[in-house]
Design a protein. Structure first.
Length: 462
């Protein structure tokens, strides 16, 4: 078995006791993938240093060796808070209104990608597979090639891939996408994002797509394919049955009394549609006054990317919105929205999911969305809750038995809440059974195996 070198922006090894909230789905999924693999996880430590030295901090945690570098403040500004999170993230989530184009961001992005390439280079042995993650590091493969790396290198993109019409608004888009053609394998979450990518390749770069979905470019063959990510199902279910989960479940249920509970769990990010969700819940309360006092929405949203202005804005908007809806509907013994800005240990989170009658996952655009899968995994199969899921999450393609909604339509979401609250047990069980099957089978181990096997089967080109 080849050794695996995983490269991602941040390296963080969450444990089941620690709050994984701020780390997001990438860390959770990668940790699960690396645990069984003899390998190295390389990336930024999250720390800053006055002057970049390229010093590698190597550590061994359980079965994962980590190697990290520190970055300069200017790197962090231009690469991380700049090009990655002010340019590519909004653009890839179809928000060109929030996308900022600044030449210094692009330069910082290239510089840091080069620093990553120089630093990871000495760790790579001849037979290693190199697996690069996400939008922070799109050009890394081509930079490694330029430094003579002939290993198999794959890229997995955790976000959506935007339509060509949006992508062309990015200065130097051809250069960025062309650099990606130096990978051997490029993985997307869904066929939808894969098709957008291939469409761009044909239309903007004028290249031909082979019948197997691969592209021939400068003497190499790049395979592009969909690999839907999943959760570590067994670990999550085990956590959901732990004492901590039971205690969290009982505490939350006791606090809700006889009321039905909806739960939302999302990083505080504009792509997650939290404002629209609050509006939809407000709409439900207004349209169904007879049911209004019998429901409560628990929204858990740990802050992320707090140095980026659009994230400060969304936080401000949500506080105002929650305050407004609570002000309009609350009475002395009841507040309709409980809005909590912190992370929770995963076992406790599983208990909260299980305590909720409805899981509400309504991103405006999401590569996959693991919360939808965790909610399903945490349910009691004999009395499961109902998943309301945005049709614009990648997960919707695998989870047709959820109540699929248009998150932009408050009316649509409000009606789905009503329907979920009234859903008979037999229908809840039938839907949950089908959802559980896909969450169990299409899990994170399968995702990793499918990707690594596909990368391994690529021929090495000298
Ligand atoms: P994210 O945008 O971070 O991930 P998501 O897939 O929902 O979104 O994963 C979030 C993870 O963080 C979940 O595992 C969740 O349990 C955890 N989390 C969130 N809030 C938490 C809290 N308050 N306390 C503890 N844990 C919390 C990106 C992409 C997604 C893609 C994943 C994986 O944006 O589309 O599904 O990567 O590829």
């Amino acid at each position: 078995m080849s050794r695996l070198i995983v490269v991602s922006n941040r390296v963080s090894v969450p444990n089941s006791q620690g709050a994984a909230g701020a780390q997001g789905g990438l860390a959770v999924a990668l940790n699960a993938a690396l645990r069984e693999h003899r390998g190295i996880w390389f990336g930024w430590s999250g720390q800053e240093t006055e002057e970049f030295t390229g010093h590698l901090d190597m550590q061994r945690n359980d079965d994962v060796t980590t190697a990290t570098i520190d970055l300069e403040p200017q790197d962090i500004d231009e690469y991380y808070n700049g090009y990655a999170n002010r340019t590519l993230w909004p653009l890839f989530h179809y928000r060109i209104d929030l996308t900022e184009y600044d030449r210094s961001f692009g330069e910082g992005y290239q510089r840091v990608n080069n620093r990553f390439a120089d630093s990871v280079l000495p760790l790579i042995e001849p037979d290693d597979l190199v697996w690069v993650h996400d939008y922070h590091l799109l050009p890394l493969g081509s930079l490694l090639r330029a430094k003579g790396v002939t290993n198999r290198i794959g890229l997995f993109l955790h976000t959506p891939w935007p339509p060509a019409r949006l992508l062309v608004s990015l200065p130097n888009h051809e250069q960025l996408v062309t650099s990606m053609l130096q990978y051997d394998l490029i993985g997307f979450q869904t066929h939808e994002w894969l098709e957008s990518f291939l469409h761009y390749i044909e239309k903007e770069l004028g290249l031909t797509i082979n019948p197997d979905g691969s592209i021939d470019y400068e003497g190499r063959n790049v395979q592009a394919q969909a690999f839907p990510i999943g959760i570590d199902f067994d670990e999550f279910v085990e956590g959901a049955q732990s004492a901590a989960a039971r205690e969290a479940h009982d505490r939350l249920r006791a606090s809700a009394g006889d009321r039905k509970m909806l739960i939302g769990v999302d990083r505080l990010d504009y792509s997650k549609g939290l404002g629209e969700r609050f509006d939809s819940f407000g709409r439900f309360l207004t349209d169904n006054p007879e049911m209004a006092k019998d429901v409560v929405l628990l929204q858990i949203a740990p802050p992320s990317r707090e140095l980026v202005a659009s994230y400060q804005q969304i936080r401000h908007d949500l506080e105002r919105k929650a305050g407004h809806i609570n002000g309009a509907h609350a009475d002395v013994a009841w507040v309709p929205i409980r809005y909590v800005n912190r992370g929770y240990p995963r076992d406790e989170l599983a208990g909260f999911y299980r305590a909720a009658d409805i899981g509400i996952v309504t991103p405006l655009r999401d590569g996959m969305n693991l919360v939808a899968k965790e909610y399903v995994a945490a349910q009691d199969p004999d009395n499961p809750g109902v998943l309301i899921l945005s049709q614009f999450a990648g997960a919707a393609l695998q989870m047709a038995d959820a109540l699929l909604v248009n998150p932009h339509s408050a009316e649509d979401v409000s009606e789905a809440i009503k329907r979920a609250l009234a859903m008979p047990l037999a229908e809840r069980k039938r839907r949950h059974k089908a959802l559980l099957k896909s969450v169990r089978e299409e899990n994170v181990a399968r995702w990793r195996e499918d990707f690594v096997n596909a990368l391994y089967s690529k021929e090495k080109v000298a």
